[in-house]
Ligand binder design. Structure first.
Ligand code: MG
Length: 247
C-alpha cells in the first residue's frame, strides 16, 4: 500500500513538473546539478590518452602484457611500436577489463605479401574471446565478415575505411561486456561500437558469441572482466598507442 502511494506521488509530482515547465513554471525543476560528471583532462589530440585512461602500451615496454601461457612477450619492440613475431603466439594484458573504451593503433606491413586472410592479419580479442579483426583490407578481397573492422565471422563492417599497407590505422572501440546469470545463462549479448580511422564501422552491434573459425559462434559464461589479447596470425602487424578507459 505504502509502495503504491509512493508510485502515485512520484507520478503526480513528475506530471506536475512537466506541466509547470510546459506552462512556463520554474525551469529549475528540470535541471540536474548532482551528480556532476567527473572532470577528465583530454589528451592534446584525440589520439592521446585522457587523464583517466590506463595506458596499456606506450611504445617503450611490454610491462602490461604477457606472452602465450604466461611466458614473457617475444614480439619485437622498437620505434615506439610492437610487432608480431611469427610463431611466438598471442599476447595478453595482465589486467582484466569488461565494459570499456579502447583506443588502439595498428599497421599492416608496407610490403604486401599474400592475399585475403593471409595479408596483414592480426586481431584484437576483447575479453580474450570476441575478435575485432585486424587485416590489410586495402584492395584486398576476402569474406566481408572477415575484413578489417569486422567482428570475425560475425558482423560485417558498415564500410571499408582502410588506409593502405604500411600506414598507421586507428580503432576507437566502445565495448559492452555480455552479462551472465549466476548459473551461467546469457542475460545480454556483448555490444560493440567501432570507429575505424574516425569512421563508424560497427554501431552498437550485438556480438553473437565467442569467435569461432568453423561453425556458429556461441556464448560460454565467463567473468565480468577478462584480459584482452592481440593475435599472432603469422604476419608482422604492428601496434602502438594503446589505452583503455574502463566504463
Ligand atoms: Mg585475425
Amino acid at each position: 500500500m505504502k509502495k503504491l502511494l509512493v508510485i502515485a506521488c512520484t507520478f503526480l509530482l513528475s506530471a506536475s513538473t512537466i506541466a509547470q515547465v510546459r506552462t512556463g513554471g520554474d525551469p529549475k525543476l528540470s535541471e540536474i546539478y548532482d551528480p556532476a560528471p567527473a572532470i577528465v583532462a583530454p589528451g592534446k589530440t584525440n589520439a592521446e590518452p585522457p587523464s583517466d585512461a590506463i595506458v596499456l602500451f606506450d611504445g617503450k615496454s611490454f610491462s602490461n602484457w604477457v606472452g602465450t601461457n604466461g611466458k614473457p612477450v617475444e614480439w619485437t619492440l622498437g620505434d615506439g611500436a610492437m610487432t608480431v613475431k611469427r610463431g611466438t603466439g598471442l599476447i595478453t594484458t595482465k589486467e582484466s577489463f569488461g565494459d570499456c573504451q579502447l583506443h588502439i593503433e595498428w599497421r599492416t606491413p608496407a610490403e604486401v605479401k599474400g592475399d585475403g586472410q593471409g595479408r596483414g592479419n592480426s586481431g584484437i580479442f576483447l575479453m580474450g574471446r570476441y575478435e575485432l579483426q585486424v587485416l590489410d583490407s586495402y584492395n584486398n578481397k576476402t569474406y566481408s565478415n572477415g575484413q578489417a573492422g569486422s567482428i570475425y565471422k560475425q558482423l560485417v563492417p558498415l564500410v571499408n575505411a582502410s588506409r593502405g599497407p604500411g600506414e598507421w590505422q586507428v580503432y576507437d572501440v566502445i565495448f559492452t561486456a555480455p552479462r551472465f546469470s549466476e548459473n551461467g545463462i546469457l542475460q545480454s549479448q556483448a555490444r560493440i561500437t567501432v570507429f575505424h580511422n574516425g569512421v563508424l564501422v560497427q554501431n552498437n552491434a550485438s556480438i553473437w558469441g565467442g569467435t569461432e573459425y568453423i561453425g556458429i559462434a556461441n556464448y560460454k559464461s565467463h567473468g565480468p572482466k577478462e584480459p584482452i589479447s592481440l593475435q599472432d596470425h603469422g604476419d608482422p602487424v604492428s601496434y602502438r598507442n594503446i589505452w583503455i578507459r574502463p566504463l
